[in-house]
Design a binder for this molecule. Structure first.
Ligand SMILES: Cc1ncc(COP(=O)(O)O)c(C=O)c1O
Length: 403
C-alpha cells in the first residue's frame, strides 16, 4: 500500500465496521517503527513508552530481529511439532542457560503459557499431593484472558461477566504471607504469582514475602509458579524478575521473548518436569519463525548489555519521575523497578495525561484512572528519557490543579 493510500483511508471507521469492539483504542493508527519511535498514518512521530505493552524489548524493527526473520522466512517458516526443529531447540537451550537448567515448552501467548503451567501443577498434584488441584493467585494480578487464566486473575472486572469460571482458583491479598497460609488447604497444589505485578499497576513484591512464599511452598509441597510474562526478558534489570527474589518451580514467559513476534514459553525445573507425550501440545508453539526471532532477541539483549541498560535507565527515569512528582502534585508515589515504572495520578486524571502526552509525541499507558504505567523498550537512552521528561513537564504544566 502506498503512503497516499494509507493516508486516504479512514482506519477508525473501517475498524468500527470490520473489527469486533474489543479494544478501547487511542485515536492513533500506527504504520511504522524504528528504535524507540513509532510513526502514525499522518506522518507524526511518537516516543514509545508503551512498547506494545512490554513486548518490543529491542524497540521497533531492530536490525537483529529483521535479519533473523528475513533469513528464517526463506528457509522454513513452520513445521509441526511432530518433527524436531533446530530453532526451537536453540531457543530452549538459551532459556535453559538463562534459567540454570530449566526445560521449555513453547506456546503462542502468555495466557497459553499460564494454561500450560496450571496443567503441569495439576499433574504434580495428581502424582505428588493426593490429587490437589487448586491454584492460589494474588489480588490485583493479571494472568490472561482464557477462562482458566481469567479465573486466576485477581481482578473482579475481568471475571464478572464470565461466570461460571473454572473451579480450582482462589485469590489472596498480595504481599500478605499469613493470608496465603490461611488460604492453603489440602486442595491447594500451587501458588501463581507475578514477582512484580504489571497490569495491576507496577507493584513489586517484598523480598521477605517472596522468601516466605518459597519456604511455604517447600514446607507444604506446593508448586511455585512465577508469571514473568510482563516482568521478564531483562525489564527489571535481571533476565527474570524472580532473580531479585527466589527461584520458582515453573516460569511463564511471552511478550518480549521474541521481540514482537508472537510466542509464549513455560519453563520448569526438574521437580515439576512431568509432562509426557500426549499431556500437552500446540500447533504453532515454538515454530521456526517465532523461535528465530526469540534467539535474535536473547542474543541481542546479551551482546548489547540491555539488562544492565534497563537497570541504569530505570534509575535515571525514576530520578526524573521523582523530580516531576515534587513539582506537580497531580502525580505522586513513583514506583517500580528497572524499566517497569508507574506513578499515582490524583483525581483519576491518568487518561487525560495519556491523551495530552500523545498529542505532544509521547506514548504512555494508564492501567487504572489513577495509574500511569511506563514500560519502554530496553534500548532506551538518556536522550529518550530527557525528551520524555520535557514532554511530561509540558503536559503536567498545562493540567489545571483541582482543589
Ligand atoms: C503478567 C501477565 N500474564 C499474562 C498475560 C497474558 O498474556 P497474553 O496477552 O500474551 O495472553 C499478561 C498480559 O498482559 C501479563 O501481563
Amino acid at each position: 500500500m502506498t503512503t497516499t493510500e494509507v493516508n486516504n483511508r479512514d482506519w477508525v471507521a473501517l475498524e468500527h465496521q470490520y473489527y469486533q469492539g474489543t479494544f478501547k483504542r487511542q485515536p492513533l493508527t500506527l504504520v511504522r517503527g524504528e528504535g524507540t519511535r513509532v510513526w502514525d498514518s499522518q506522518g507524526n512521530v511518537y516516543l514509545d513508552f508503551v512498547a506494545g505493552i512490554a513486548v518490543n524489548v529491542l524497540g521497533h524493527c531492530h536490525p537483529a530481529i529483521v535479519e533473523a526473520v528475513q533469513q528464517q522466512v526463506t528457509q522454513l517458516v513452520h513445521v509441526s511439532n511432530l518433527y524436531y526443529n533446530t530453532r526451537q531447540i536453540e531457543l530452549a537451550e538459551l532459556l535453559g542457560q538463562q534459567s540454570q537448567g530449566m526445560r521449555s515448552f513453547f506456546s503462542n501467548s502468555g495466557a497459553e503459557a499460564n494454561e500450560g503451567a496450571i496443567k503441569l501443577a495439576r499433574k504434580y498434584g495428581r502424582l505428588h499431593r493426593n490429587g490437589a488441584y487448586e491454584i492460589i493467585s494474588m489480588n490485583n494480578s493479571f494472568h490472561g484472558r482464557t477462562l482458566a487464566t481469567t479465573a486466576a486473575t485477581g481482578q473482579a472486572a475481568y471475571q464478572a461477566t464470565w461466570a461460571p469460571l473454572p473451579d480450582g482458583f482462589k485469590q489472596v491479598p498480595f504481599n500478605d504471607l499469613e493470608a496465603l497460609k490461611a488460604a492453603t488447604s489440602e486442595k491447594t497444589v500451587g501458588i501463581l504469582i507475578e514477582a512484580v505485578q504489571g497490569e495491576g499497576g507496577i507493584w513489586p513484591s517484598d523480598k521477605a514475602y517472596m522468601q516466605g512464599v518459597r519456604d511455604w511452598c517447600d514446607e507444604q509441597n506446593l508448586v511455585l509458579i512465577c508469571d514473568e510474562i510482563q516482568a521478564g526478558m531483562g525489564r527489571t534489570g535481571k533476565f527474570f524478575s524472580w532473580e531479585h527474589y527466589v527461584r520458582p518451580d515453573i516460569v511463564t514467559m511471552a511478550k518480549g521473548l521474541a521481540g514482537g513476534v508472537p510466542i509464549g514459553a513455560m519453563l520448569t525445573g526438574p521437580r515439576t518436569d512431568l509432562f509426557t507425550p500426549g499431556d500437552h501440545g500446540t500447533t504453532f508453539g515454538g515454530n521456526p519463525l517465532a523461535s528465530a526471532a526469540g534467539i535474535a532477541t536473547i542474543r541481542t539483549i546479551q551482546e548489547n548489555h540491555l539488562i544492565e541498560n534497563a537497570a541504569q535507565m530505570g534509575e535515571y527515569w525514576n530520578s526524573k519521575l521523582v523530580e516531576l512528582c515534587t513539582r506537580y502534585p497531580i502525580i505522586d508515589s513513583p514506583r517500580g523497578i528497572g524499566l517497569m515504572r508507574a506513578v499515582h495520578v490524583q483525581h483519576g486524571l491518568a487518561a487525560t495525561i495519556v491523551q495530552k502526552a500523545l498529542e505532544h509525541g509521547l506514548l504512555l499507558n494508564s492501567t487504572a484512572p489513577d495509574t500511569l504505567r511506563m514500560i519502554p523498550p530496553l534500548v532506551l537512552n538518556h536522550g529518550d528519557i530527557d525528551e520524555a521528561t520535557a514532554i511530561m513537564d509540558l503536559v503536567l504544566s498545562k493540567i489545571e490543579p483541582i482543589a
